[in-house]
Design a protein around this ligand. Structure first.
Ligand code: NDP
Length: 339
């Protein structure tokens, strides 16, 4: 099929793009600058322009930002919307996190509904942030699944950047389901809800200075920043970026994925386990790493919530990679950019 992929310069989108090409789709990706788009083309020298191209969408928070991008010749059948800010260095939560997430998501749905009647499926990258209730803490005995919604309010959203990010994902996903109900468009949607996403970076898009948020803890552990104490793990669930990318593409391809949420998680992890895996597999990094048993980064003593990832396995057929494979490949990819 012909696919529009938003935010092609992102950590997750770069993998989605390669899975799409591998599975024979033709892809147009949105980026914020010509330079970023050209980099993607230059690094796929064997792929022809009719199989891979880019368009510029500078700011997804602008009304109508996607009106032109959703129109193409030949027309699109699938849209995968990954672009959304994921960082915590903000001073204006509404402008920097909430607006791009919410207006970006409703905007692409509106543009598709108005200008791209051939589109059958829109896949949206949401997050475990829109599932979890953070105020419940580690919630031993409770099982999170697609039935759960983060109850965060507009007021809580602007209290701090981490609330702001979680709210941005929650409000954006809610708005997409409301759009579907209200507008009854020609297309169906699928929303992907991963927790922390780890795994190899695509080297030509990222450097240590602009490393995506979720891999920063691996870089910190590798480069000696966690030698004396491991930082708290925070969210104790993860998924590998390549498995998540395949889940996006399968959700776009499969009729039975229509109008479903997917809680895409491989299972538990802790920062302590990340450090252990790096220590066991990269002896040359020994001097940078926290010694075995260094404090911090472990699981909570009173237990932790459970998860139900059966829908992703059953409907999308995803077999999840191990934490070891993900971390080893992530470390190699970070070493290739100088870590
Ligand atoms: P990245 O920061 O690598 O990618 C974010 C992408 O969104 C980039 O392409 C970025 O463009 C684009 N973007 C952000 N703000 C704007 C804007 N205002 N206008 C246009 N483009 C914008 O992060 P990830 O790949 O990790 O995140 C991708 C998606 O996955 C996001 O929706 C995120 O919320 C979600 N997610 C990520 C998780 C993780 O652990 N990584 C976990 C759960 C969900 P540019 O490169 O030009 O800045």
């Amino acid at each position: 099929s012909r696919v529009l992929l938003t935010g092609g310069s992102g950590f997750i989108a770069a993998h989605v793009l390669d899975v799409l090409l591998d599975r024979g789709h033709s892809v147009v990706t949105t980026v914020r600058s010509n330079e970023k788009g050209q980099k993607i083309l230059d690094n796929h020298p064997k792929v022809s322009k009719d199989k891979l191209d880019f368009v510029i969408v500078e700011d997804i928070a602008k009304r109508g930002a996607f009106d032109d991008a959703v129109q193409s010749k030949p027309p699109f059948e699938i849209i995968i919307h990954t672009a959304s800010p994921f960082h915590f260095n903000t001073t204006d939560t509404k402008k920097e996190l909430l607006d791009p997430a919410v207006i970006g998501t409703t905007g692409i749905l509106e543009s598709t509904n108005k200008h791209a009647s051939t589109v059958k499926r829109v896949v949206i990258t949401s997050s475990f942030a829109s599932i979890i209730t953070p105020s419940e803490g580690t919630r031993p005995g409770y099982t999170y699944s697609e039935k759960d919604w983060n109850p965060i309010t507009e007021e809580e959203a602007i209290q701090n950047p981490s609330n702001g990010y979680r709210a941005s994902k929650t409000f954006a996903e809610k708005a997409s389901w409301e759009f579907l109900e209200k507008e009854k468009p020609n297309f169906s949607i699928s929303t992907m809800c991963p927790p922390l996403v780890l795994g190899p970076i695509v080297h030509y898009l990222q450097s240590l200075d602009n490393l995506n948020t979720s891999n920063q803890r691996i870089a910190a552990i590798m480069t000696g920043k966690a030698k004396d104490e491991l930082p708290p793990t925070g969210t104790f669930l993860w998924t590998d970026v390549r498995d998540l990318a395949l889940a996006h593409v399968k959700a776009a391809e499969l009729p039975e994925a229509a109008n479903k949420r997917f809680f895409v998680t491989a299972g538990y992890f802790s920062n302590e386990e990340i450090a252990d895996i790096i220590r066991d597999n990269f002896p040359a990094l020994k001097n940078e790493l926290p010694a075995k048993g260094t404090k911090g980064g472990g699981y909570p003593e009173d237990g932790i919530y459970q998860y139900d990832n059966s829908r992703v396995k059953e409907i999308l057929g995803i077999e999840f990679r191990s934490l070891k494979d993900s971390i080893v490949d992530a470390v190699k990819s970070l070493q290739a950019v100088g870590a």
